[in-house]
Design a protein around this ligand. Structure first.
Ligand code: G3P
Ligand code: CA
Length: 269
């Protein structure tokens, strides 16, 4: 298409379904990744946090209040932070009704259940460690769980995994523990600082308003820890005009709540 040809890289960016296809199903649930799968999207994004009893679960906000019925089930436990609830308690919550009645009964997934579903769907995962500063050791724990699930196995070639965070220290830790795992930094470091990030990040993932031709060129001009040019995935792009614009600037990935809108805008099939 004209857009793909306009991109300096000559490639159409990868479309990543943000928190799953979260305009069509409740974010960060199994329904949201199934919604992406049904629309033919390989890549999904999620957010990993930890419960009071040390279990990894998929949730964006630090609090359960916005995306579950926790206020009704556990009144008086304000501010309903995930870190203050056990997995058994969280399993009692409905994480779908807030979005629509047909999603009633959706659960906050454990990382383990989420990985099973991603694997069943043959999807690839851009995994965010959300607020890792609240959860000491979550980098090692997440890697251990991924290893148990087979996702760090080199023969596991069908699916891709990238671990990203707004917290640079967490990404440094992931890289130190498992240098073979691809990583991304969420944010837009200055061009002068990019070489430092290139030591341990394969991707720089800025908000779309920070994407300029100069910035894309600076990112692409550096090689990451795996001796390949850094990639740039941008977020969160839900309108066609912005998708066309960032694609023309040569981004490698577009993270979106509306993957089919982005695909249509880029003329993809
Ligand atoms: O993957 C990019 C995006 O998820 C970052 O922002 O707040 O949606 O986690 P947020
Ligand atoms: Ca995220």
């Amino acid at each position: 298409t004209t857009v793909a040809q306009a991109a300096p890289s000559g490639r159409t960016p990868v479309t990543v379904a943000h928190r799953g296809a979260s305009s069509y199903a409740p974010e960060n649930t199994l329904a949201s990744i199934d919604a992406a799968d049904r629309r033919g999207f390989e890549w999904v994004e999620n957010d990993v946090q930890r419960t009071k009893d040390g279990e990894l679960v998929i949730l964006h906000d630090n609090s359960l209040a916005r995306t579950t019925n926790v206020e009704q089930v556990f009144p008086g436990r304000s501010p309903w932070n995930v870190a203050d609830f056990t997995l058994k308690e969280i399993e009692k919550l409905d994480a779908g009704s807030w979005f629509g009645p047909k999603f009633r009964g959706e659960r906050v997934p454990t990382l383990e259940d989420y990985m099973d579903e991603v694997e069943n769907n043959d999807q690839s995962l851009l995994m965010e460690l959300k607020s890792p500063e609240l959860y000491p050791g979550i980098e090692r724990q997440t890697l251990a769980e991924l290893r148990r699930a087979g996702w760090l196995d080199k023969t596991h070639v069908k699916r891709h995994l990238i671990i990203q965070s707004f917290n640079a220290d967490a990404i440094k830790t992931v890289h130190r523990l498992r240098p073979d795992v691809k990583t991304g930094f969420l944010g837009n470091p200055s061009v002068a600082d990019l070489p430092k990030f290139a030591k341990y990040c394969d991707q720089i993932n800025p908000v779309h308003t920070a994407v300029t031709p100069e910035y894309v060129a600076a990112v692409h001009g550096l090689k990451g820890p795996h001796s390949r040019p850094l990639d740039l995935y941008t977020w969160t792009v839900d309108d066609p005009a912005t998708a066309v614009k960032v694609a023309a600037l040569g981004v490698d990935g577009i993270i979106t709540n509306k993957p089919d809108v982005v695909r249509d805008a880029l003329g993809g099939s």
